[in-house]
Every structure is written in C-alpha cells, then in structure tokens.
Design a protein around this ligand. Structure first.
Ligand code: BTN
Length: 180
C-alpha cells in the first residue's frame, strides 16, 4: 500500500472521529441516537473504494473495541458490540465495502439519481435494516416494531447522503488532479 493510501485512510478515520464529537440527538423510544458519524462512513466508502474504505472502518471499529471513546457521545469498548447499536456498527463495515464497489460507476455517471442509489442503498437502507435486526435481538423488541422505529432515521440519513455526494464529488476531483 502506498503512503498516499495510508494517509487517505488515516484522514477518513480522523473525519469519522471528529464527526463523533458532534453530540448525538437521543430518541426517547429507542436506545439509538441520531448521529453524524454515519456520514463519515458513507464518505469513506465512496472516496476510498471497497478495499481501503472497508479497511478504514475495520480499523476504526477495532480502535473502538479496544476502548477508544471514538463513538458519538464518547462511547467505546467491546461492550458496544453487545449493545443495541451493534447491527449499525456491523452495517457500517459492510456498507463502506458495498458503497466502495460502486465508486467507479459513481465517478463516471453524471446522473444524480444513480449516485444517490449507490450511496443510499447500502449506507441507509442496509445499515438501518441491520441496525433494526440488532436492536430487536438485543432489546427483545419485535423486528417489525424495530424496523418501524428506524423510519425516524430516514429523513436525516437521506440528507447525509446528499452531503456525502456533494463532498465526495469535490474530494474525488481534487484527488484526480493530484494523481495526474
Ligand atoms: C453508536 O454510536 O453506537 C452507533 C450509533 C448508530 C446510529 C445509527 S447509524 C444509522 C442511523 N442514523 C442515525 O442517525 N442513527 C442511526
């Protein structure tokens, strides 16, 4: 791996950590807050591609598992992987890889709808679905109630996808220019 790749991975991890410093919005009816960190996860996938994006999220989650307080609100430690947000954390890893697989299509198309789907299907639908499954298993809530409660994340997560597309287009342009 090139030095440039390592610095890009480190930069994306740093962005995800900084986004975790933005306070969460707790929801009274489920033990899962609204956060901004998932924006960084989607961005890592589209900017770094499948391999490096997946690696960045795996490293980030390893640091969290080791006890670093890098999740939103300063949580960390292995116990978070036994808690109600475990499904989202697994989803973050899988979604970064899947979004990364769509990177070349994302770069070649000018169609906003396609760009949106490349990021939103794994980054929002899959993450919220895996999150709902984890939430249901850990809390004992029914899966259908868990899925319905997760609809609350859709408007905010959709907005994050739009921001990810805007930021990624700029970053990818800069990266292309410096590669030449
Ligand atoms: C954690 O800090 O333990 C993970 C929080 C996961 C929150 C999920 S990510 C997808 C959905 N959108 C949000 O804003 N919150 C949830």
């Amino acid at each position: 791996m090139k030095t440039k790749d390592i610095s890009m991975i480190a930069m994306m991890i740093a962005i995800i950590i900084v986004l975790g410093m933005i306070p969460p919005i707790p929801l009274g009816f489920i033990p899962v807050p609204i956060v901004l960190q998932n924006l960084g996860v989607m961005l890592a996938g589209i900017v770094l591609g499948a391999k490096k994006g997946g690696l960045a999220i795996a490293l980030f989650l390893t640091l969290v598992a080791m006890g670093m307080p890098f999740l939103t609100g300063g949580s960390g430690g292995f116990s978070v992987f036994l808690g109600p947000t475990v499904g989202y954390l697994i989803g973050w890893f899988v979604s970064a890889i899947l979004i990364g697989l769509g990177r070349s299509k994302f770069m070649e198309t000018k169609n906003w709808g396609i760009k949106f789907l490349i990021v939103a299907i794994p980054g929002v639908l899959l993450v919220d679905l895996l999150g709902s499954i984890g939430l249901s298993i850990v809390t004992g809530m029914s899966l259908s109630a868990s899925i319905v409660s997760n609809l609350v994340f859709i408007p905010g997560d959709t907005l994050k996808v739009i921001l990810v597309i805007i930021i990624a287009e700029r970053l990818l342009k800069i990266m292309n220019r410096t590669e030449r």
